[in-house]
Design a protein around this ligand. Structure first.
Ligand code: NAD
Length: 302
């Protein structure tokens, strides 16, 4: 186990800080050797408060890592055509290497159309159909950030996941499905479970690596966890605490599951911080590919 795991808890905040340090070093190296700085554009349409917070955090972390951050806060009544025109501009910009459109988009805009308008080589969220295809057939491409973070977190508990049985609960395009591909690449035997899975507790109990990506607080009970399993909790659920205040919890009943797991990610402080860290890594990879240079060695293994 790496030193990121303390008392069985995989510290996503500490790992994210470590990844960000490496990205900063890589940015400095690119600037010195090749004379360019990676740039990330984040586009937000509308006033959704949670999205505004995410966008602000992404911008801050991007500049902290020494990259250029371009933020576009567009009004809620922006038309699809206007948004597509903005994306076309960003696709053409030589300073922008990564483009992220914050989801959800207002209802009058077709999100799939917008994502497909992003140049796949700048699609740092990895949601473009071309990148999903590249991942499926094992070609180099941009991979969604949250699943990338999940694999890196699991590897802190066990560097070699080969041969392990992995059960992923949730089959979304942004978490469950790409994570299944990544764990397959790690030579895990992968099961994707979902809302129609029969006897979910029994399926979960098979897992050496158990990932919950559902969005239901406390769905995974302690006795769903195999003794010694690695548990990765992707869920982010806002619930009311005993004191009446809102707090964040995951999909796993943490206190119970911790008794049986060899290592487990907390919520908050697990997968969440890693998602932005991997966004920075993706921006770095995209920038290097666009300039046709190698990704700096400091990022090897990430
Ligand atoms: P989604 O709603 O697109 O998918 C949820 C999946 O869970 C579906 O595939 C569905 O089949 C499955 N499911 C629903 N009810 C179930 C049940 N009772 N039993 C088993 N499976 C069930 O969600 P998503 O976008 O993949 O996100 C999942 C969770 O992860 C959410 O809480 C979301 O907020 C969180 N999330 C966190 C991050 C992060 O950075 N930490 C990133 C993305 C998503």
């Amino acid at each position: 186990m790496s030193d990121i795991v303390q008392d069985g808890i995989i510290d996503g905040k500490a790992l994210a800080a470590r990844v960000q340090e490496k990205v900063s070093a890589a940015v400095a190296e690119l600037k010195a050797r090749h004379g360019f700085v990676p740039g990330l554009a984040v586009v937000l349409v509308g006033e959704d408060p949670a999205s505004r917070v995410y966008v602000r955090n992404k911008g801050r972390r991007t500049t902290e890592a020494g990259m250029k951050s371009f933020e576009y806060q567009l009004p809620a009544d922006t038309t699809e055509e206007q948004l597509l025109a903005r994306i076309a501009e960003l696709n053409a910009s030589r300073e922008v290497h990564g483009i992220l459109v914050q989801l959800p988009l207002p209802k009058h805009i077709d999100a799939a159309k917008v994502i497909d308008a992003i140049d796949p080589d700048k699609d740092v969220d990895g949601f473009h159909v071309i990148n999903a295809g590249r991942l499926a057939v094992g070609k180099p491409g941009l991979v969604p950030c949250t699943p990338l973070g999940c694999v890196l977190l699991a590897k802190q508990a066990r560097a070699d996941l080969s041969g392990l049985e992995a059960v992923i609960i949730g089959r979304s395009n942004i978490v469950g499905k790409p994570l299944a591909q990544l764990l397959l690449n790690e030579n895990c035997t992968v099961i994707i479970a979902h809302s129609r899975t029969r006897d979910l507790p029994a399926v979960a109990r098979r897992a050496d690596v158990l990932v919950a990506a559902v969005g239901r607080p406390g769905l995974v009970k302690g006795d769903w966890v195999k003794e010694g399993a690695i548990v990765i909790d992707v869920g982010i659920n806002r619930v009311e605490g005993d004191d009446g205040k809102a707090r964040l919890v995951g999909d796993v009943a943490f206190a119970e599951a911790r008794q049986r797991a060899a290592a487990i990610t907390p919520v908050p402080g697990g997968v969440g911080p890693m998602t932005i860290a991997m966004l920075l890594v993706n921006t770095m990879r995209a920038a290097c590919a666009q300039h046709d240079v190698m990704v700096p060695e400091v990022l090897a293994g990430i």
